[in-house]
Design a protein around this ligand. Structure first.
Ligand code: FE2
Ligand code: FE2
Length: 198
């Protein structure tokens, strides 16, 4: 385990740390499969939830210290943008792709690059995730990265619709953009492949 792993183990509960380890492993697999920078994907995965258990008051003061407003929306989604904002100063990571991947990991974003896409998908399908429909997302992740991104965005939108939750524009725009980029034959093969998967 590298220094980011040590930091995650120090800062997070056992349950959350286990999730982060699952995301790192899954991000590594996806990076290899889709030819994305493995080290960047792993670093983004180690750090993506590093402030997930910080109280809202701490996130608020970290942003105030940076002279930036808190993001809009649910406090549970703040940890991504706040970690991204503090990445260089508090964690010594100066890479823009890693910063954006962490900023975008909770809501998604239509402009996500491959590193961000890998983190977004890995966060949803790591082995500790057990929600209904996760097997379908794993099928998509073995077929095509953009397909997996679209399916994860859709699962998140569906989850919020079922609970009458509010859906961030970033997730809706991601849904629209991602499906536009997916070949019809890939979409059809996916529908075929998940026919028997709950
Ligand atoms: Fe997160
Ligand atoms: Fe996560």
């Amino acid at each position: 385990m590298n220094r980011w792993g040590e930091l995650a183990r120090e800062r997070l509960s056992d349950r959350r740390f286990l999730h982060v380890c699952g995301v790192v492993d899954t991000a590594r697999e996806l990076a290899v499969r889709y030819g994305v920078d493995q080290e960047k994907c792993e670093t983004a995965a180690w750090l993506h939830d590093i402030l997930r258990e910080a109280p809202a008051s701490e996130l608020r003061s970290l942003m105030a210290d940076s002279g930036r407003p808190l993001p809009e929306g649910d406090a549970a989604t703040w940890h991504g943008p706040v970690t991204a904002e503090r990445l260089a100063r508090d964690f010594g990571v100066h890479d823009d792709q890693i910063r954006l991947a962490i900023a975008q990991h909770t809501l998604g974003h239509p402009d996500m690059d491959k590193v961000a896409q890998v983190l977004f998908v890995a966060d949803a399908i790591e082995p500790g995730r057990l929600f209904a429909g996760v097997e379908r997302l794993r099928v998509a992740a073995r077929m095509d990265l953009l397909l997996a991104v679209a399916c994860v965005a859709d699962a998140s939108i569906q989850f919020l619709l079922d609970r009458r939750g509010s859906i961030a524009w970033q997730t809706v725009a991601l849904h629209n953009r991602a499906w536009l980029g997916i070949d019809e034959t890939v979409a059809m093969a996916y529908s075929e492949n998940i026919k028997l998967i709950p």
